[in-house]
Design a protein around this ligand. Structure first.
Ligand code: XBP
Ligand code: MG
Length: 254
């Protein structure tokens, strides 16, 4: 089977959005609501074990602040907090302060020119994808991707395979003709369960996670003047940054 499509996770893979993006937006929503909740960088790293912002807030209360359950009606408060968080996050991204990770824009351009089909499979809210990609790729970003599978469109978020299965079904493509790109253990569990060979680019929150079953683990996608580092797996001889040629080689040798 030949390689026909690339499916990308967003948070942590296309951009390092968690530590200075999502985390800060959650804290702004908590402050605005007059809550004494605060997620510092290490605590947020623990909370990332639960994907999805609404699910993560509920997990925080259950696990770290059980007394808050008596004080608030979480069923109505969490969706409101999440709306505020999305507002803060999307307005933070308007400033362009969170760039795409090394190699991402180059690879997307090249893949598009080579006629590979592109798609997105993410846990994050659709408005967050729009905010990131419109401010980095440009206003026509949506034309780059055949399908954007995001947020609550599937009931079960990663590590369940549902979002990848949704995207594959909408593309009407066999997972063996695709490569997925992820940054986290939960993301990898999701893509592998959907039958997708997966390349990992780690980040500060995920560098110690288990990526067994992935095709290749890199520090990032690399650029011609700034090669990637291989953390696990085998890069293709002579390649120092991820490009379409390397992806075809990796896929052929599956
Ligand atoms: C991403 C996430 C989310 C985003 C939050 O997971 O779990 O961190 O925090 O987005 P993945 P929402 O990269 O594996 O898709 O707050 O909109 O849910
Ligand atoms: Mg991710």
């Amino acid at each position: 089977m030949s390689l026909e499509a690339l499916i990308f996770d967003v948070d942590g893979t296309l951009a390092d959005t968690e530590p200075q993006g999502h985390r800060v937006a959650f804290n702004r929503a908590f402050d605005e609501a007059g809550l004494d909740w605060h997620w510092d960088v290490p605590l947020y790293g623990e909370l990332l074990a639960v994907t999805g912002g609404k699910e993560r807030m509920r997990h925080y209360v259950e696990r770290y602040r059980p007394e808050q359950k008596e004080l608030h009606d979480l069923d109505s408060m969490i969706p409101e907090l999440h709306e505020a968080k999305t507002r803060h996050y999307t307005s933070m991204l308007q400033t362009g302060e969170i760039p795409l990770r090394p190699g991402v824009e180059r690879l997307l351009h090249q893949a598009r020119e080579a006629g590979l089909r592109l798609a997105i499979a993410t846990t994050t809210t659709p408005a967050n994808v729009e905010a990131l990609l419109a401010n980095t790729l440009g206003a026509d970003w949506a034309e780059w991707f055949e399908i954007v599978g995001a947020g609550d469109i599937v009931p079960k978020k990663k590590p369940a395979p549902d979002i990848y299965e949704y995207v594959l079904q909408r593309m009407d493509i066999d997972p063996g003709r695709c490569l997925a790109f992820e940054d986290s253990h939960n993301g990898l569990l999701s893509s592998l369960a959907a039958g997708l060979p997966t390349i990992i680019t780690i980040n500060s929150y995920t560098s110690d996670q288990d990526f067994s079953g992935s095709l290749l683990v890199l520090n990032d996608m690399g650029e011609p003047e700034r090669p990637f580092e291989v953390i696990a797996g085998k890069a293709v001889n002579g390649h120092q940054y991820l490009d379409v040629d390397m992806l075809h080689h990796l896929h052929k040798n599956l």
